[in-house]
Design a protein around this ligand. Structure first.
Ligand SMILES: Cc1cc2nc3c(=O)[nH]c(=O)nc-3n(C[C@H](O)[C@H](O)[C@H](O)COP(=O)(O)OP(=O)(O)OC[C@H]3O[C@@H](n4cnc5c(N)ncnc54)[C@H](O)[C@@H]3O)c2cc1C
Length: 491
């Protein structure tokens, strides 16, 4: 156990190990994958040390916030891949999907009562931190949460970073210590563990495995009490789809990334955000693939830590720009969510943004829309409606238009606080990559987080950065996009 990076382990209680119990339990709730996963690696280490079988419980409750056919389908597709990945290993994989509210209650406690130690995922967002802490406090057995979120362990940084530049500089100082501390690609390779013949029947009688659901081809909403109006989309979830997306991006889009990533019609970005959100792919795997392609090793690092976004890595321009999104911008949100419980509240904005938005609170608005009008893509602006149309239909919006989408919600809402709640509701309900630290980075950026004041002072926004649809239309070729995603368009 000595080689495991201690800064990634959070002890959730002071209960002892139970070395005589039946198995080691890994309760997989965020890093839903069998590879490049520190939590799985930790659980395997425990199982080896104690010479015990390993059970992996991948669970999905039915009443988490914004649960829908769209999100559950994506998770279930991931479960199918995980079932296949664990099939040829000694791991006893237990996929569990709650079929009615409250049905899953007690399952983890029941399994923990037979466990030597419980390992789970440390994801710093939504209800998960509260849930695992509450379970940990009650258990009579040792429980640990493991951080497999990013290249930088979230415990390493002690403060909350207020700008991307200051965080980037910090990463440039600290990441060199992390390059030789990656999770194992396959933590089960070469490992010999006693097998667990099957899940105890007393458990499966009350909490049946989700195998039937995984084998069914029909939509989940007919079988689960979730919002069927948010329909499944064409993007399939799971580790295999994620790996294919990564391979496709590296081979055919990375070299265009710098020049074309802001062009919605060019499809030059990785489209990995939903897979990252559900843990179907790890940032370590992405980084390793990219570094391999670039022939990169830490000796290639070129410059001192300055916080500048280009030139530090010694990679191609596309790779450096991509890493800036994947590492600086993505992990900035993990830093915020793990350190401030109010990361999703208006009052967590910088003082200057609160002051300027409050000073303009009562400014007259030319357009004011309700949540329902926004949701139905029924504004006066065809470009905004198309962006919302893409969100409704595909569960995503291109990053450039997502910024514009948010800025217009701010401008056309009765107040900045109402704009915040509209953005959170629509983003988290419809986006496959929603409910993530990145969601709050993006949404709060619209309101001034990580940004600075911009002149001239404008109505409603004050000195918060302004964006306009006219400017986007002038800069980008968007006619095809609008036709495609306009309400009733060709999709
Ligand atoms: C209002 C608003 C809401 C947003 N909501 C979300 C959300 O719910 N979930 C989400 O993952 N991203 C969100 N973003 C950030 C960004 O739009 C997406 O991460 C990006 O469009 C995903 O596409 P991609 O995977 O092709 O990105 P790529 O350009 O290929 O980038 C690679 C990865 O870097 C990360 N990344 C890229 N851009 C950003 C960014 N601006 N901030 C933080 N991380 C970034 C993502 O994990 C992404 O998958 C939001 C942005 C805005 C302005």
């Amino acid at each position: 156990m000595n080689a495991f990076p201690g800064e990634r382990v959070v002890e959730l209680n002071r209960a002892p190990l139970q070395p005589e119990a039946d198995f080691v339990l890994y309760w997989m709730i965020a890093f839903r994958r069998a590879r490049w996963n520190f939590s799985l690696q930790r659980a395997v280490d425990w199982a080896c040390e104690l010479s015990k079988p390993l059970m992996v419980l991948e669970a999905l409750s039915c009443d988490y916030p914004w649960a829908s056919d769209r999100l559950d389908t994506f998770v279930l597709e991931g479960m199918k891949d995980n079932r296949a990945d664990f099939e040829s290993t000694p791991v006893c994989y237990f996929p569990y999907v709650e079929s009615a509210k409250g049905r899953g209650r007690g399952l983890v406690r029941e399994l923990a009562a037979r466990s030597c130690v419980v390992v789970t995922d440390d994801f710093p967002c939504l209800f998960l931190p509260r849930m695992i802490r509450s379970v940990g406090q009650d258990l009579p057995v040792r429980m640990e949460a493991i951080d497999s979120n990013g290249l930088l362990p979230i415990a390493m940084a002690e403060s909350v970073f207020k700008t991307a530049r200051s965080f980037r500089r910090y990463l440039q100082l600290r990441l060199p210590d992390c390059f030789d501390r990656f999770p194992k690609e396959n933590p089960l390779s070469g490992v010999s563990l006693p097998g667990l013949p099957e899940i105890p029947e007393k458990i499966t009688r009350k909490w049946p495995t989700a195998d039937g659901l995984l084998d069914a081809s029909s939509g989940v909403s007919a079988r689960l009490p979730v919002d069927g109006r948010v329909e499944r989309v064409g993007t399939a979830g799971g580790c295999r789809a994620a790996r294919n997306k990564l391979a496709e991006f590296l081979s055919s889009r990375l070299d265009r990334y710098s020049l074309e990533r802001n062009e919605p019609d060019r499809d030059a970005t990785s489209n990995l955000s939903a897979f990252l959100h559900f843990g179907h792919i790890s940032v370590h795997e992405i980084f390793s693939g990219l570094a391999g392609l670039e022939g990169w090793s830490p000796e290639n690092l070129r410059a001192a830590a300055s916080g500048k976004s280009a030139g530090w890595w010694g990679m191609s321009a596309g790779a450096e720009d991509f890493l800036d999104q994947l590492l600086t911008w993505r992990e900035l949100g993990f830093n915020m969510c793990s350190k401030r419980v109010d990361y999703d509240r208006f009052d967590s904005l910088p003082d200057w943004a609160i002051r300027t938005l409050s000073a303009h609170e009562n400014d007259p608005r030319q357009y004011v829309y309700s949540l329902e009008k926004f949701e139905g893509a029924k504004t006066h602006d065809p470009l905004w409606n198309a962006a919302q149309g893409q969100l409704l239909r595909e569960g995503r919006i291109h990053n450039y238009l997502r910024m514009l989408w948010g800025k217009k919600i701010l401008e056309w809402s009765p107040s900045a606080r109402e704009a915040l709640s509209t953005m959170i509701e629509l983003n988290n309900k419809y986006a496959l990559d929603g409910r993530d630290p990145n969601s709050y980075t993006g949404i709060f950026w619209v309101l001034g987080r990580y940004d600075r004041p911009f002149g001239p002072r404008r109505p409603i926004l004050g000195t918060v950065r302004y964006m306009s649809s006219q400017c986007a239309m002038r800069k980008l070729k968007l006619a095809g996009y609008i036709r495609r995603f306009a309400p009733g368009g060709s999709g």
